[in-house]
Design a protein around this ligand. Structure first.
Ligand code: FES
Ligand SMILES: [Fe+2]
Length: 351
């Protein structure tokens, strides 16, 4: 009997943010991700952006090999070529005549953020709930990708997500990076299964400096502090003063104790009259800082052995772990009900 796989369920039935529209501006632009031993590719092809499993319909080879790039969807094995998701060349006539199509995945936009699902349980708007307007506002401020970073976390994805959801570890793990902002007790806002943390900076000198340069960026109305939006189940979007935004995906790998981490730094629009170099200096510094923070997080997450994470309520939660508790409650609610439903369906099927 097939057992219920909670991680697969969360991957398949939920929408996941995968990119901003500005990342795929030209025909041929693509991004490739990995989750549960499979690939996910988003490709600008034939005037639209499509998502698919990266597998050729001939004999199943992976079509794209890089993380990001620009290419026609031509399979490197025997040369079958696809246009806008449909076989268009390099194949025998009978295959071309059949109208063979790539296995496309459902996509949906929240303003300029692209989400992908496999078999979504709800509409994207229903899943996002109250965070949708916030994401829409942010998406309109972004002017392109400044940095693409891929790393391997040697931990279960839940450990990596929980680490990103609590600030208690910052002083221990990030003393020379994120810790320098001296983030204060923040406010949590819960929107269904998603959550938002906003925290003022304790470092007055940094806050003054960021406030003074924010007039050069498309950050009007942005929160004047550190903002972190968690999008259940695998993704985060964070920013300091709205000058740039970091998208982080903690996609589960096939093997336990392994997480495919991808982060992107998006730059906001630079205002006319900004002094030369101020934007590139700031974006470069943010990208370097983020990479350091993620490397520090990966190192500490490795301390939690594979397979030991549990969705049980925390035994001694601190105030700063409220989002971790919320994540676990969401996880339990979203997986337990489905587990029961699946076992009922299976027992009916076998009756
Ligand atoms: S497997 Fe792709 S062309 Fe043969
Ligand atoms: Fe961290």
């Amino acid at each position: 009997m097939q057992t219920f796989d909670a991680t697969r369920h969360l991957r398949d039935r939920f929408w996941h943010p995968v990119c901003h529209r500005s990342e795929l501006p030209a025909e041929g632009d693509y991004l490739r991700f990995e989750w549960l031993g499979e690939d996910l590719v988003v490709h600008h092809d034939g005037g639209r952006i499509l998502a698919f499993d990266n597998l050729c319909r001939h004999r199943g080879a992976r079509i794209f090999g890089g993380d990001v790039g620009n290419a026609v969807a031509t399979c490197p094995y025997h040369g079958w070529t696809y246009r806008a998701g449909r076989l268009a060349g390099g194949a025998p006539e009978p295959a071309l005549a059949c109208g063979v199509q790539l296995r496309e995945l459902p996509t949906a936009w929240c303003a300029d953020f692209l989400f992908v699902a496999i078999d979504p349980a709800a509409s994207l708007q229903a899943q996002l709930g109250g965070v949708a307007p916030m994401l829409e506002d942010i998406s309109f401020q972004l002017a392109g990708r400044h940095d693409f970073n891929r790393a391997h976390y040697e931990c279960d994805w839940q450990v990596a997500v929980e680490n990103a959801l609590e600030p208690d570890h910052i002083g221990f793990v990030h003393p020379q990076s994120l810790g320098k902002l001296d983030l204060q007790d923040g406010d949590n806002a819960f929107h269904g299964i998603n959550s938002v943390w906003s925290a003022p900076l304790g470092s007055r000198s940094t806050a003054r400096r960021l406030a003074s340069i924010s007039r050069f960026f498309g950050a009007q109305g942005a929160y004047q502090g550190y903002l972190s939006i968690y999008l259940f189940p695998f993704s985060m979007l964070s920013s300091t003063f709205g000058l740039s935004y970091s998208m982080q995906n903690f996609f589960p790998a096939a093997a336990p104790g392994s997480t495919h981490f991808t982060s992107r730094l998006y730059q906001t629009a630079v205002q006319p009259g900004a002094p030369d170099g101020v934007a590139s200096t700031m974006f470069n510094a943010s990208a370097a800082m983020n990479r350091q923070v993620f490397a520090e997080d990966a190192a500490v997450c490795r301390l939690v052995p594979a397979g030991t994470w549990t969705s049980e309520a925390l035994p001694w939660p601190t105030a700063a772990e409220a989002k971790v508790e919320h994540f676990r409650a969401s996880y339990r609610a979203q997986t337990a009900a489905q587990s029961v439903a699946q076992s009922v369906a299976q027992s009916v099927a076998h009756a």
